[in-house]
Design a protein around this ligand. Structure first.
Ligand code: DOR
Ligand code: ZN
Length: 416
């Protein structure tokens, strides 16, 4: 038997069952999965569960322009420690990624800082900028309303979404209809939810889904079961965030829970779990860090957004451990479905896929502690929540996280 470059002894889930396997890796890709394999290098994670490296299709790493909140090095490091090996970064950086020059400059700046693989979104604005953006962007972002750091689109949506250069591409939509926002007294999480209401979300979704377009519409951060039902009825993909599943408008976290779209009522939050049973949701973090200083002001003046790239998979692994979600569903929602949407050779433990793996000791459930996280922002809205962090993380066959350390830095590659 020919030896593989790397062999990992571990456990994987297949449907409801878990079994012990050897994963053979050559050229950074999974080349065999067998009971026994020989390897030139052998890693032992025999009693750990391996899942595909997480794919987070919605992050704001703040580079360039807002590196006091996060930068590409710290953001991708934070992702790696949470078992995520691929991120797709949003375009509301400074300057915003609205044209060829901006995406080129962003790529030049961030590529040497990337600890995991990454793709970049372009922001839809002027139709003439789409062909240039399309050369490098993995997908496009469309803002239907203003939100922290981004302005709503003012052009005709119909016209833009029928640009020839967008056909077949993913357009991720931030769906909130600003005409439905009610009042301005934005004094606490409860009021924030009333102002940017579930109706404003639902009406924006109806509007965007009524447009005939050859693009693949992906609906970001849906907060209710009704929104998800609508997405599924229209055969659109959609994202659900951990914060909309685990935090609500009466959570005692003040400005640290201020986010757009807002945290909803506890009863609605609980019903969002019913959607996960359909197996269609993509769990994406919408990692949007702001500094402590920026958040420690009165509610009205605090920016919206919260970090989550490092806690996304660990929170879901804890829910699986408790029997609230199935392990196979967690892997589908955090890894496989998001990779499929963007045609990435990632998100599955199968021959021919990138050897991106995260290894979990399922008995090692901990309470999230912001001091132990790696984002530059230094806080988390999930303080004290149960989570299972990976003991090791592999990117294309290389152990990038091991023994609580970033073992290999800056090996991330650009995906387009
Ligand atoms: O709360 C939010 N913060 N929502 C967004 O859409 C943008 C994000 C940010 O970039 O801070
Ligand atoms: Zn976002």
């Amino acid at each position: 038997m020919m030896a593989h470059e790397v062999v990992v002894h571990t456990k994987i889930t297949r449907g409801p069952s878990t079994r012990s396997v050897c994963i053979g890796i050559d050229d950074g890709m999974i080349s065999a999965i067998e009971k026994n394999l020989d390897g030139d290098r052998v890693f032992h994670f025999d009693d750990f569960l391996a899942i595909p490296g997480g794919v987070d299709i919605h992050t704001h790493m703040r580079d360039p322009g807002m590196t006091d909140k996060e930068d590409f090095f710290t953001g991708t490091k934070s992702a790696a420690f949470g078992g995520t090996t691929t991120i797709l970064d949003m375009p509301n950086t400074k300057p915003p990624v609205t044209n060829l020059l901006a995406i080129r400059e962003k790529l030049d700046l961030v590529k040497s800082k990337a600890n995991i693989d990454f793709g970049l979104f372009g922001q839809l604005g002027d139709i003439d900028d789409i062909p240039g953006l399309a050369r490098f962007a993995i997908g496009f972002k469309l803002y239907m309303s203003d939100t922290t750091g981004a302005q709503a689109i003012t052009k005709s949506l119909e016209h833009l979404l029928n640009s020839d250069h967008l056909a077949g591409k993913v357009v991720t939509v931030h769906a909130e209809d600003p005409r439905m926002f009610e009042g301005k007294d934005n004094s606490n999480l409860h009021r924030h939810n009333q102002v940017r209401s579930i109706k404003a979300e639902f009406m924006a979704l109806k509007r965007i889904l009524s447009i005939e377009t050859p693009v693949k519409l992906n609906l970001a951060h849906l907060t209710t079961l009704e929104s998800a039902d609508l997405a599924r009825a229209n055969k659109s993909t959609y994202e659900v965030t951990p914060h909309h599943l685990l935090l609500h408008d009466a959570s005692k976290i003040g400005t640290f829970g201020k986010v757009n779209p807002p945290l909803r009522k506890r009863s609605l939050m609980n019903r969002l779990f019913d959607d996960l049973a359909t197996g269609r949701a993509i769990i994406a973090s919408d990692h949007a860090p702001h500094t402590l200083e920026e958040k420690e002001v009165d509610f009205e003046n605090a920016p919206s957004g919260l970090p989550g790239v490092e806690t996304r998979v660990p929170l879901m692994m804890a829910l699986a451990k408790k029997g609230i979600l199935k392990h196979s569903a967690v892997q589908d929602m955090c890894c496989t479905l998001p990779a499929e949407l963007f045609n990435l050779r990632k998100g599955k433990i199968e021959v021919g896929y990138d050897a991106d793996l995260a290894f979990f000791d399922l008995d090692n459930m901990v309470e999230i502690d912001s001091e132990k996280l790696h984002s530059k922002c230094g806080w988390t809205p999930f303080e004290g929540h149960d989570a299972i962090f990976p003991a090791g993380v592999m990117l294309r066959g290389k152990m990038i996280v091991r023994g609580g350390e970033l073992a290999i830095e800056k090996t991330g590659e650009f995906l387009k």
